[in-house]
Design a protein around this ligand. Sequence first.
Ligand SMILES: [Zn+2]
Length: 195
Amino acid sequence: MSTSIQQTPAGMAEKAAAIPMPSSQFEIDCPYQATGPTTLRCSKCNRPLMPKDARRTPTGYVCPYYIKARVATFYNANPIHYAIVVAVALVLGAVAGFALRFVASIGFFAIILTFFVGPAIGGIVAEAIRRVLGRTRGQHFWLAAAVAVVVGATYFTVLPVLLSFLVGSPNAIFGLIPILGLVLAVSTLVARMRV
Ligand SMILES: [Zn+2]
């Protein structure tokens, strides 16, 4: 690749003519080697493929190296992206905790409302992270986001419950409503982010 940059278009054409066309159709950078006779072929690199090594994809059977390469290019996040995920989820988690606490305080319909608000919050956080990060994909973004949301929401959800149980408050049981909301929010968040 680096040598072709210095070549004139005429030189490149000459070189292209000199190289035989890849009649083998093998992808050069696929290191897969079949260990025995087989009639199966990798649909990506076209090499003979052992049935035990075959991985099923929507476009046919491929060799394990293709799957590895695809996973490596699919997840393109670096630690800074993870830090952004955690920061966004922490802030939104705190807001979510406050919102869930507010919803739980309204009285009679608190539980019913929580069943709507909880998943909605999870969806909003997942969407916010998606917008901030664009096309960056991290294999464990969902986990980082889920933990950060819980940590962010702790002050408004988990701490009050712990305190009211500690002092033996008769209303302690109602403190569980925001936690229910948080569980719903996090499970929605994880479901949205793990696709
Ligand atoms: Zn292959």
